[in-house]
Design a protein around this ligand. Sequence first.
Ligand SMILES: Cc1cc2nc3c(=O)[nH]c(=O)nc-3n(C[C@H](O)[C@H](O)[C@H](O)COP(=O)(O)O)c2cc1C
Length: 241
Amino acid sequence: MIVYFSGTGNTYHAARTVAAVTGDELYRIGFDDVPTSDSVIGIFSPVYFYGLPADVIECLKGIKASGAEYVYLFLTCGGSDGMAAKSASKYLGRLDAVYDAMMPDNYIKAYDVPSQDRIAKLLCSADFEIAGAAEKIKSLARGDFRCHAGGEMLYLALRPLYKPLGRQTSCFETTDSCIGCGECVANCPSHAILMRCGKPVWIKQYCSGCLGCINRCPERAIQCGVSTKKRGRYIHPDYKE
Ligand SMILES: Cc1cc2nc3c(=O)[nH]c(=O)nc-3n(C[C@H](O)[C@H](O)[C@H](O)COP(=O)(O)O)c2cc1C
């Protein structure tokens, strides 16, 4: 099985590309009932604050990896992986292989999205990395195959900020452009948003912080403070289909 978490589609793209090669079934964290075990277990996750998203950690706690033939992790990141693989190994009790791909950074709370040109180049090189990983995964290769390892010190410095900065929902607000389409509610893996009187309301204090709501809003009607007003939005082409 392939279990994945994705806010803006990068990790979904990696998971579906590998699944097309291996024939494994896809399970989306937050939406599907993830089986507790399988003979081949692939976890696909973005890197958040140099570690794993909160919803991924919760899911890993429920997976029994000890009896599996092959357990691997695939990370997508905007720069480097930090301690995400170590964290997954801790929760799963083992990891037979680790892969990664660098993809466009979707953390628009802090940075603007890359230029269209840069996005095209990143997606092209990521596809190369994903295709190489897929062949290795198919042959159940064992080892650390990451190209973007590093950032362990950044984990120590920045991970403590994940909850107060990355996961707080209080910064989100909708503008008058909101048409009440409910896309943000339907796509939230943390189920942190509800429609009230035709408008989205963040009902949980903390979510995983995937930024799917703000990046995927078709009307650009969600903001997180003043900084995101001037910034672009990012969605992988697979999520635009
Ligand atoms: C809350 C948050 C924190 C992030 N932290 C990191 C990080 O520490 N290191 C990094 O390389 N990329 C970081 N990113 C970028 C994502 O890992 C990257 O864009 C990923 O491919 C997004 O996957 P998705 O499109 O499947 O959601 C962060 C993104 C978010 C939303």
